[in-house]
Design a protein around this ligand. Structure first.
Ligand code: BMA
Length: 318
């Protein structure tokens, strides 16, 4: 069985899998955990990311304001379920991810430029002051997701090149850097294969290190008469050459089925941006945007998810 390599998060939020439930990912019964009511002036708070911080948790939150500006703010929580958001805007843009590397927390987000979106990168030690680095991509790109440590001496960033609109295509690529400033070695990781993800795919939370690979949750999009539907899938990437996909589930692990996922500013969206993983118990808590309106929480274990991926492996390498 695969094991999580990483820290123990003894205060990880958790609910047991409902009895009789047969899929690997289940929702928190109190969803959605964050709504527009968490911040004065918010139209919606959704694709957001969290990490353990001090004796609790900190996060970066996508807020669309009542002027419909897209901004990122920080927040704190003792239990990773109940959040207090700070109204101060740290950056403009959207879909933040947060990744601890050594003793710093790195934000990667979709930064707005006059030439289209790029992946911005900034770091903090305290969630109060931020230092912005060089932009990590040319326009146009979204879904920039860092790995939590260097691999073969290099930082790695998953990226999804796209267009300036509601891109009707999209594959996940990887790029590497020795200093988080100069990037190169651009490599293809994966594109759509199955119907549920046929329009495009994009990386989700910071990849979770396992003893035998990297667990990547990602979003996949299908187009219907009604527009896009965003679901969450999972794959396992090679530990030393993470552009190689070792296993990949053929089906989604979470799709918009609940009312707060199917009704909202953009209906039918489940958009994972963070996962807390406890090495000791193998428990994983996944944070996802729901219908571009609120934040949902879902649970799995490394055992449940890896077993599911391998039993539904579209690569069938075993
Ligand atoms: C994507 C991003 C996400 C959003 C999704 C669905 O292109 O903009 O922020 O959740 O579309 O609207």
């Amino acid at each position: 069985m695969s094991k999580i390599i990483g820290e123990n998060i003894s205060n990880l939020p958790w609910q047991e899998k409902p009895s009789g439930y047969t899929y690997p990912v289940w929702r928190y019964s109190g969803n959605p955990i964050i709504t527009r009511d968490n911040l004065q002036g918010a139209n919606s708070i959704f694709n957001s990311a969290v990490v353990p911080f001090k004796d609790g948790f900190a996060g970066v939150f996508r807020v669309d304001t009542r002027t419909r500006d897209q901004v990122i703010v920080t927040g704190r929580s003792k239990d990773a379920v109940h959040w207090t958001l700070d109204e101060k805007v740290i950056f403009y843009g959207y879909d933040p991810r947060i990744c601890k590397i050594d003793d710093k927390y790195y934000l990667s987000w979709v930064k707005l430029t006059p030439h289209g979106t790029v992946i911005g990168i900034a770091y903090t030690a305290d969630f109060e002051s931020w230092t912005e680095l060089e932009e990590a991509t040319y326009p146009v790109a979204r879904n920039g997701v860092l790995f939590p440590r260097k691999i073969n001496g290099e930082y790695m960033l998953l990226v999804r090149p796209c267009d300036r609109g509601h891109t009707p295509y999209g594959d996940i690529f990887i790029q590497s850097s020795k200093d988080l400033e100069f990037w190169g070695k651009y490599r293809f990781v994966m594109g759509p294969v199955k119907n549920w993800e046929m329009t495009k795919v994009g990386a989700g939370p910071t990849p979770i290190e396992l003893d035998d690979g990297w667990l990547l949750f990602y979003h996949g999009v299908i187009t219907s008469c009604n527009g896009f539907t965003y679901s969450m899938g999972a794959a396992i990437l090679d530990k030393n050459e993470p552009w190689k996909v070792l296993h990949r589930a053929d089906s989604y692990l979470l799709a918009p089925h609940e009312i707060y996922e199917t009704v909202g500013d953009v209906p039918n969206v489940v958009f994972p941006c963070a996962a807390l993983a406890d090495a000791e118990t193998g428990r994983i808590a996944i944070y996802y945007g729901a219908a571009d309106t609120s934040v949902g929480l879902a649970f799995t274990t490394v055992e449940d998810t890896v077993k599911y991926i391998k039993e539904h492996d579209l690569l069938n390498r075993d």
